[in-house]
Design a protein around this ligand. Structure first.
Ligand SMILES: Cc1cc2nc3c(=O)[nH]c(=O)nc-3n(C[C@H](O)[C@H](O)[C@H](O)COP(=O)(O)OP(=O)(O)OC[C@H]3O[C@@H](n4cnc5c(N)ncnc54)[C@H](O)[C@@H]3O)c2cc1C
Length: 132
């Protein structure tokens, strides 16, 4: 019997943990816009120049090596739930039986006055470097 096809969108902590957990029992494809995972808890050290940016970025392919999961660098642009396919910005269409959406979160200011104008976000390496 063929393995179920699982597409995991996002290779952060959640996506990689899912891939490692099911990689041997399913035909897994992981999608992320970067080819590296960012270790977000260490972004503070990058912003304060205690660590170089490449010290908090880990190759996704290396993390997946022993799992059997495939990796596609790109972003999903549409999901066809009826036909169970996801289209990437490269135009590649990947079919799935199960879809895991693990794309993280977006910075929110919860409407607190002044935050948008006077504070800086820090959810990726680019923002951490801007904060240095
Ligand atoms: C500065 C900072 C410090 C933190 N410190 C701690 C801590 O000390 N302890 C703790 O427990 N938690 C900490 N957290 C929280 C923790 O990092 C998050 O809860 C965790 O990263 C969430 O994992 P995730 O996989 O859901 O999302 P993420 O880790 O954000 O991963 C999402 C992935 O999806 C990818 N992605 C997003 N959008 C797209 C798209 N459109 N196309 C393709 N790929 C996309 C991203 O590239 C990323 O790889 C911290 C967070 C931050 C920002």
């Amino acid at each position: 019997m063929s393995k179920p096809r699982v597409v995991i969108l996002g290779a952060g902590f959640a996506g990689l943990t899912a891939a490692k957990a099911i990689g041997h029992d399913a035909d897994v494809t992981v999608v992320d816009r970067h080819n590296y995972q960012t270790f977000l808890p260490l972004l503070y050290q990058v912003a304060t120049a205690s660590l170089a940016a490449d010290h908090v970025a880990y190759p996704i392919r290396g993390a997946l090596r022993k799992t059997g999961a495939k990796f596609r660098m790109g972003s999903p642009i549409s999901i066809d739930h009826k036909n169970k396919t996801v289209k990437l910005d490269s135009s590649e269409v990947i079919a799935f039986d199960h879809l895991v959406v693990a794309l993280g979160s977006a910075t929110a200011d919860f409407g607190v006055p002044g935050v948008q104008e006077h504070a800086m976000g820090m959810k990726n390496i680019h923002e951490a470097l801007e904060n240095t």
